[in-house]
Design a protein around this ligand. Structure first.
Ligand code: BTN
Length: 268
């Protein structure tokens, strides 16, 4: 009989060895299989679970990306969601995605010496290929957020060759970039350590403190881009991110447009 070797599941105990946070990941649920960790986290958030609760799953059967696209989530990746309860307005919620991008790219530099860069608004790339996506979803009452669920999908030890053709080309994994497997528990604990530091500053002072760092770590700034929104598209050069997290686009005719949401295509 041929024995198929699957990656060892990672556990809360392994994660906690290296965790230096006050509340991120201090309560955790490590599950073998869910539809989507974001959906599980949202349900728990509605039932009142505390801030910082982490939900991790080995496999997602209905992993979701932006605009409800399928997020392929086989064994070997990091598929997780954090429950957050920031005292912010709903307009500020997308800025959490930008802050998370900085934290994740920082950790990838530090642990593996890879040049991870942020593609606006929610992708982390190595070169032109995406290895990580962030899906931030929120619920609000009146003008205050009641909770935010931050979902992180990171192709750690994932075989990209098994992905559908249309996704394969633009995707990578850490295993593929490094030629070896990474320790997922170590990586996730480092991400949580970094994320909590950044998140605390964000909740206190807003995104403006992060804008110039985001620009330095971005692969979008300086590029010709196409922003695709529900009601049309905008093309031009991405020249700056503002203190409110809006991307400033200079169009061919010299006019400026600010965008706060949408899909982004690098045209060069
Ligand atoms: C994107 O790039 O479009 C965002 C992808 C986010 C995927 C993660 S995996 C964990 C969490 N659960 C989900 O269903 N989606 C996010």
């Amino acid at each position: 009989m041929v024995k198929i070797k699957s990656p060892k599941a990672f556990t809360g105990n392994e994660l906690r060895k290296n965790l230096k946070t006050k509340y991120f990941g201090r309560k955790d649920f490590f599950l073998p299989k869910v539809d989507s960790t974001n959906d599980t986290a949202k349900k728990m958030a509605r039932e009142g679970i505390e801030e910082g609760t982490l939900i991790v799953s080995e496999i997602q059967e209905k992993g979701r990306g932006r605009t409800d696209r399928e997020w392929i989530s086989p064994i070997g990746g990091i598929w997780c969601s954090l429950v957050l309860r920031p005292d912010i307005s709903p307009e500020q919620a997308p800025q959490i995605t930008l802050v998370a991008g900085i934290a994740i790219a920082n950790v990838i530099h530090r642990l593996y010496n890879l040049d991870a860069r942020i593609k606006w608004p929610n992708d982390v790339l190595i070169g032109k290929r995406k290895f990580c996506g962030i899906l931030t979803e929120m619920e609000a009452r009146m003008d205050r957020v009641t909770f935010v669920v931050m979902g992180i999908g990171l192709n750690a030890n994932v075989d990209i060759d098994g992905f559908p053709e249309e996704i394969k080309e633009g995707s990578t994994s850490l295993e593929r970039e490094l030629g070896r497997k990474v320790n997922r528990a170590e990586l996730l604990s480092e991400i949580l350590n970094e994320l909590e530091k950044h998140y605390d500053v964000f909740v206190k002072n807003g995104f403006k403190e992060f804008a110039s760092t985001w620009q330095d770590m971005s692969s979008t700034i300086g590029k010709k881009v196409r922003i695709v929104q529900k009601d049309g598209k905008i093309e031009g050069e991405a020249i700056k991110i503002t203190g409110e997290g809006a991307l400033m686009i200079k169009k061919e005719d010299g006019s400026i447009e600010m965008v706060i949401a949408g899909g982004c295509l690098h045209l060069e």
